[in-house]
Ligand binder design. Structure first.
Ligand code: TZP
Ligand code: MG
Length: 235
């Protein structure tokens, strides 16, 4: 079985779901059910993020989840673990500044894999773009209880600085924002992050709790997706 080949232009980052299996967020629901509901509501790309899971269990979850995402033709990325992505032959990985180097990840995963990187500074963003990341996850935009990482809260001004620097450096790369995004601030985040004179926008928004913790994940995803696609540049 071959990994679905794609060009970056095929990828739709509009509504990017990052999973969280912690009891506070998932409760006693099944991860695959929640993600399937979210996809039905309009999620366009999924990242499996497991911070407390042994390798065997991680691979089993990834395999089950990939069976679902494939049904809807939605790419599945694995947080941190290149080996897990290889084991289940999914579409790619999302790595942070402390994870494997992009070049090594690319060598292991091949030219068709989607490799996303978390960045919170201009320097990290330019390096990741030069190193061939397919997209950047820019954040943390707002403080969030989902990731207690107060060192890297950059606000929408920080996102705009990074988008602008990438443009000026001549390194266009798809970017999504992450951190504290919900249906009441998504428009504001998108517009405040934009480098408007140059019409440079985020390609999408990545959320955890706004969908994963919602009582009805499908409805929550649908409302967020409608918010996103009701306005340029997404609509
Ligand atoms: N990386 C930066 S913030 C964050 C991650 C994984 C969590 C975002 O969670 P939420 O619930 O969407 O604020
Ligand atoms: Mg990581």
């Amino acid at each position: 079985e071959w990994r679905k080949s794609h060009t970056d232009a095929d990828l739709n980052y509009t509504l990017y779901l990052v999973t969280d299996s912690s009891p506070q967020i998932l409760g006693d629901r099944d991860l695959c059910d929640v993600v399937e509901q979210a996809i039905k509501g309009g999620v366009t790309i999924v990242q499996l993020r497991e911070k407390n899971c042994d390798t065997r269990e991680f691979i089993e979850k990834a395999r089950r989840l990939h069976a679902i995402t494939k049904k809807y033709d939605v790419p599945l990325l694995i947080n941190d673990r290149i080996d897990v992505a290889l084991a289940v032959n999914c579409e790619g990985v999302h790595i942070g500044q402390d994870d494997m180097d992009i070049h090594e990840a690319r060598r292991l995963l091949g030219p068709w894999a989607i490799i996303g990187v978390t960045v919170s500074t201009v320097e990290e963003a330019i390096k990741a773009a030069k190193d061939g990341a397919n997209y950047l996850g820019i954040g943390t935009i707002y403080a969030t209880s989902t990731k207690k990482d107060t060192k890297h809260i950059i606000g929408t001004a920080g996102v705009a600085r990074i988008l602008s620097a990438l443009h000026k450096a001549g390194h266009p790369v798809d970017c999504v924002g992450i951190g504290g995004i919900n249906e009441s601030n998504v428009h504001r985040i998108v517009y405040q992050s934009a480098v408007d004179r140059d019409r440079i926008f985020l390609k999408g928004v990545a959320v955890v709790s706004a969908i994963m913790a919602a009582p009805d994940p499908q409805a929550a995803a649908k409302r967020l997706k409608e918010k996103m696609t009701s306005v340029p540049p997404y609509g």
